[in-house]
Design a protein around this ligand. Structure first.
Ligand SMILES: Cc1ncc(COP(=O)(O)O)c(C=O)c1O
Length: 429
């Protein structure tokens, strides 16, 4: 792409952006009186303006109808979660019956492991990436221990090679092959939270299956960021949260995918609750759990309507924009951010600045990343990040030394990126 580091060029890119009107569908934060440039959508997405009205519908129905709202509300609460499933299924490339929105991410991973990590003395190993998000790592560790195995023996982490930041796909495939006889599960973050590296989920799934194991993914950093075809890729299970790229608000209700080949099997072991019980018989108040077919059969509790209303409003924006168009813009937006960084580093070097203090560690190939760029501090400390925030750029810092920035196609502009370059250059000069 032929980019130029100028305001005029950035504005031209914005003018020709077919998704530019979506920016105005979000509230843009004003912090300490200053409208900020927001790159933390990989942590907490911006608030859609439509979410308040969506919430008001449910609050008004609650006020007016109370318990009758389960069947008489504008969107009857009894089956409310079903309104989210087709919207969510479209975003992740799944059949509607393979998706359900429920609980939160780590909770869902534990529930999915009940069904999909059932180790025995022969097959008990899990292959994952090193530098997993800590909650995922704690989940793995405690699951392994719960089943009576030693995490040091059972969890195999594939690491980047010496001096590298990214994990080579060939190395993952080799580790799968080396452990094929003892392998129970391949479990990766679809997009790694630290480096922004996107893994070829289909390839990993095929390799896991060839080794006689299952494949599951944490898609916290992939859902709403990467176009996916979870059903066609034959992925066994996945879970994600809704507050990052899915813009549904802090801690809001999460989602799971269970491939229909498993989801239709009501004999598959799981932990049960009444909302996963045969829908026709739910209110007969009988003993003996009979799960529904489909991902809904993993639900435990009745749906949290207030959170779901906000999530629904956000997913409707995705339905309007469409993942292919979002991805197209995302590739261009992130490429522009990368271009601006490199242009500034070049300018600084030419001006005699020996250490530009930041190094991009995310993949340079757009097919191996989503929107996020991770910048490692070189010979600088966290105070550089603090200065960036002070100047009105909201990014985030991950210990020990990485700044993450994620330009989000729904609400970031090319002008945001140009302005980021101006601020950064002044700070690094
Ligand atoms: C990759 C990943 N996994 C797990 C979690 C934990 O999510 P939750 O607190 O919703 O369970 C996060 C949160 O940011 C995450 O980024």
């Amino acid at each position: 792409m032929d980019f130029v580091n100028s305001l005029e060029h950035a504005r031209k890119l914005d003018d020709s952006d077919p998704l530019k009107h979506f920016r105005n569908k979000f509230h843009h934060p004003v912090i300490k009186g200053k409208k900020v440039i927001y790159y933390a959508g990989n942590s907490l997405g911006l608030m859609p303006k439509s979410s308040k009205a969506a919430l008001d519908i449910e609050l008004d129905d609650w006020a007016a109808l109370a318990v009758e709202g389960h069947f008489e509300a504008t969107n009857p609460w009894y089956n409310y979660h079903q309104l989210l499933s087709p919207l969510m299924a479209e975003i992740i490339g799944a059949k509607e019956s393979e998706v359900v929105c429920m609980n939160s991410l780590t909770t869902n991973l534990h529930l999915l492991f009940v069904s999909f990590y059932r180790p025995d003395q022969q097959r008990f190993k899990i292959i994952s990436e090193s530098r997993m998000f800590p909650s995922d790592r704690y989940m793995l560790e405690t699951q392994v221990k719960f089943h009576g195995f030693d995490p040091d023996e059972a969890i195999i982490e594939v690491e980047p090679r010496e001096g590298e930041f990214l994990i080579r796909e060939d190395d993952i495939l080799e580790v799968i092959e080396q452990n094929r006889n003892e392998l129970a599960l391949v479990f990766f973050g679809g997009v790694n939270y630290f480096t922004g590296q996107w893994f070829d989920l289909q390839k990993l799934t095929t390799a896991a299956h060839n080794a006689g194991a299952l494949a599951g993914f944490d898609l916290a950093h992939a859902a709403g960021n990467m176009p996916m075809q979870l059903h066609d890729w034959d992925i066994d299970f996945a879970a994600w949260c809704s507050y990052k790229y899915l813009n549904s608000g802090a801690g809001n209700v999460a989602g799971v995918f269970i491939h229909e080949k498993h989801a239709e099997n009501t004999d598959l072991p799981r932990f049960g609750g009444w909302w996963g019980h045969d829908k026709e018989r739910r209110f007969l108040m009988e003993n003996h759990f009979q799960p529904m077919k489909g991902a809904e059969g993993w639900q435990l509790s009745n749906a949290p309507i207030l959170g779901m209303a906000v999530k629904k409003a956000s997913l409707e924006i995705f339905a309007e924009a469409g993942m292919p168009a979002l991805r197209k813009k995302s590739i261009k937006l992130t490429a522009y951010l990368e271009f601006i960084f490199r242009d500034i580093f070049e300018q600084l070097k030419k001006a005699g600045v020996a250490n530009t203090k930041l190094k991009i560690i995310s993949p340079t190939d757009p097919h191996s990343r989503g929107c996020q760029l991770s910048l490692k501090l070189i010979g600088a400390d966290k105070s550089l990040f603090d200065s960036i925030v002070e100047k009105g750029i909201i990014a985030d810092f991950r210990e020990p030394d990485v700044i993450r920035m994620a330009p989000v196609p729904l609400y970031n502009s090319f002008e945001d990126i140009y302005r980021t370059g101006v601020i950064l250059k002044a700070l690094l000069s």
